[in-house]
Design a protein around this ligand. Sequence first.
Ligand code: NAD
Length: 251
Amino acid sequence: MSTLKGKIAVVTGGNSGIGYATAKKLTEDGATVIITGRSAERVQKAASELNITGIVADVSDLSAIDNLVEQVKNQFGNIDILFVNAGIFSPAPIGQISEEMFDNQMGINFKGAVFTVEKFIPILNDEASIINLSSINAYTGMPNTAIYAASKAALNSYTRTAATELAPRKIRINAVNPGPVETPIFEKTGMPEDQLKEFAQAIKNRIPLGRFGKPEDIANLVAFLASDIASFITGGEYNIDGGTNINPLLS
Ligand code: NAD
């Protein structure tokens, strides 16, 4: 398929997990893709594997986003697709939420996402598509995820308002809410391996379709929302979670 032929796409956090799979899919569909990430080594490795451009930019640093936009503008001009994907997951129970953990998660998942959109607006083509990677955690009340969930709920709220304000330029903006997806995000919490395995099994037991999502599952939805086939879709939120949000008491 070449549904994205001629389009320029930026994927934040594109060196790993969902971002990497989406960068691959958008490239396969014909787009010219630029990925970003925090670590120069990992960004370069992923970019060379995918044969695309990689730019280092930490979304928690607004001046780094300014530099990113400047570099993209100079090398590629205006863009058509912005996949706001960079994010972190730091679980902690209520009563043990530190200021640092709050600031990190809100700073990357919400503030970083908002200012990625804000700063790319001047170089978005009319009819561009923005996809914000949120989570079903925005709604589920899962233990230990209060701040992560709040960061994603805030992002979904921003997405709705942005959809009405960007509509005059025919720029579409949607949120994607994945359920559990097999990516390195869980290892990065620092949880010991046996605890991680137990956690993964407990989650799996609650997924009606009986498996974790694959990064490619999310990539397919993002590629659809990015394409002109989705030209009447804006301000939407799409759960992609194997039925997790149905949250059955019995299965
Ligand atoms: P991942 O850890 O594999 O990828 C996260 C990416 O974000 C990496 O490329 C990382 O470099 C980048 N990143 C993190 N902080 C950054 C920063 N400050 N600046 C720039 N880049 C930064 O994890 P993933 O699961 O692919 O996560 C991608 C997105 O999906 C996140 O927003 C996450 O919240 C969301 N999500 C994941 C799941 C899941 O189960 N894996 C479920 C729902 C939502």
